[in-house]
Write a protein that binds this ligand. Structure first.
Ligand code: AMP
Length: 404
């Protein structure tokens, strides 16, 4: 895998696709979490240390889809200007800003860039050509740099101009930044070289999205734990009463076929035996533990119950590879956090015993962080959609464009 470590950037201009799509305060537009900027700093520093210069391009939100009420672009909300100061602080060097990612002035700023300097371009998604993967738009972006570096794993599943199409203009001068390289290495460790037993834990609320990854995972894992909001569609498919628990009725047949597939492949499938059910989607609602074979009308499962926790723990603790995507319950509410917290503890203990554990996706990462286990697992991925598509077995266009 060609990374920034394999290229000398002395006297070269690196055109880097970074992921500066950071959350901003709604009123002040201050950055509320700079993790994505921090993640890519080592890549930029390596290039500058070589004696190269960096032209950074990124998106921020979806400026052409989230228009103001009068139909105009909400520039204040979508300008990457908000990220200039923080990036400069973290790098310890000034960051120039091009008010546009196209145009003569931008081209001049890029051409005038000296070794050791950094230029950030304005949001590439201010042009419809970006998401369309327009070749001419990509060609113009490519004209600013000598080497293309992709360090934006979060958009690796998009065949956009700055993430994928631009790479074709650098047939011999393209590579991955450190963020991308680390994400790919860790995802491959799980998907290609998993030590056994391999356990996947899936939960959360986006049932149909998650079902897509199960089909591929069943071909690879020894154990599959299903919890969170996902479990109830399976339980209903098996003929159980699930009250008003989360359910996608048009996915019942798919659930049954996944259960059959797991059986035929010898995969141990763990569906929760019990739940913490509540009479409303609220932390203040009445709640109790109940067997999953019969959830009463008007009650919904918001966490896995104690029997499920015990069964899951035994399997997790005996695993050598663990992939976790999606919480076991509504962990944001204290009355329904136990299942997710117990899974985090079990994953941390298994990791301590030598297992490799990968936590994927926004909410699983948030849960692990909430309970203070971030440093006790092997790797927390930054990629939501990109990671899920990887686990579905899809080739990600942003990765393919560098490898080809
Ligand atoms: P996802 O983005 O698919 O990983 O879903 C994460 C969300 O699923 C979190 O906000 C959880 O609160 C929610 N969730 C987990 N378990 C349940 C459940 N049993 N019912 C409804 N929502 C749930």
């Amino acid at each position: 895998m060609q990374t920034v470590d394999h290229i000398s950037f002395t006297g070269k201009k690196a055109l880097i696709r970074v992921d500066f799509n950071v959350p901003l305060d709604k009123k002040t537009y201050e950055i509320t979490d700079d993790a994505r900027i921090r993640a890519t700093i080592p890549t930029i520093k390596k290039i500058l240390a070589d004696g190269g210069s960096c032209i950074l391009m990124s998106h921020l939100g979806r400026p052409l889809k989230k228009l103001k009420e009068d139909g105009s672009v909400d520039y204040d909300k979508h300008t990457l200007k908000h990220t200039v100061n923080r990036t400069a602080e973290l790098l310890g060097v000034p960051v120039k800003f091009a008010e546009d990612c196209m145009g003569q002035q931008t081209a001049q700023m890029a051409a005038a860039l000296k070794p050791g300097e950094v230029l950030l371009l304005e949001n590439v998604r201010l042009y419809k050509e970006e998401e369309k993967g327009d070749v001419e738009f990509a060609r113009k972006l490519s004209s600013y740099g000598d080497v293309y570096v992709n360090d934006a794993f979060g958009t690796a599943h998009r065949a956009h101009a700055s993430t994928t199409v631009v790479a074709q203009f650098f047939p011999k001068a393209k590579c991955f930044g450190y963020v991308m390289a680390r994400e790919i290495e860790n995802a491959e460790k799980v998907m290609k070289n998993a030590a056994r037993p391999f356990t996947a834990i899936t939960g959360g609320a986006k049932v149909s999205d998650k079902l897509l990854i199960l089909n591929n995972l069943i071909d690879r894992v020894d154990n599959l734990i299903i919890g969170g909001g996902m479990a109830y569609t399976f339980l209903k498919a098996m003929g159980y009463e699930i009250g008003s628990s989360l359910c996608e009725d048009d996915r019942l047949d798919l659930c049954l076929s996944l259960i059959k597939k797991a059986e035929s492949k010898g995969v141990k499938l763990l569906l929760p035996e019990d739940s913490v059910v509540a009479d409303a989607f609220s932390n203040d609602a009445n709640h109790k533990v109940c067997d999953n074979k019969m959830i009463e009308k008007g009650w919904m499962g918001l966490d896995i119950g104690p029997k499920a926790i015990e069964a899951n723990n035994a399997v997790i603790r005996a695993s050598k590879t663990i992939l976790w995507n999606g919480p076991m319950g509504v962990f944001e509410m204290s009355n329904y956090e136990k299942g997710t917290k117990a899974a985090a503890i079990a994953v941390a203990q298994a990791t301590d015993d030598g297992a490799f554990s990968l936590i994927g996706g926004g909410d699983s990462a948030a849960a692990v962080a909430k309970f203070g286990f971030e440093s006790k697992v092997s790797y927390v991925s930054t990629g939501g959609g990109a990671l899920l598509e990887y686990f579905e077995g899809k080739e990600l266009p942003g990765i393919k464009a560098i490898l080809n």
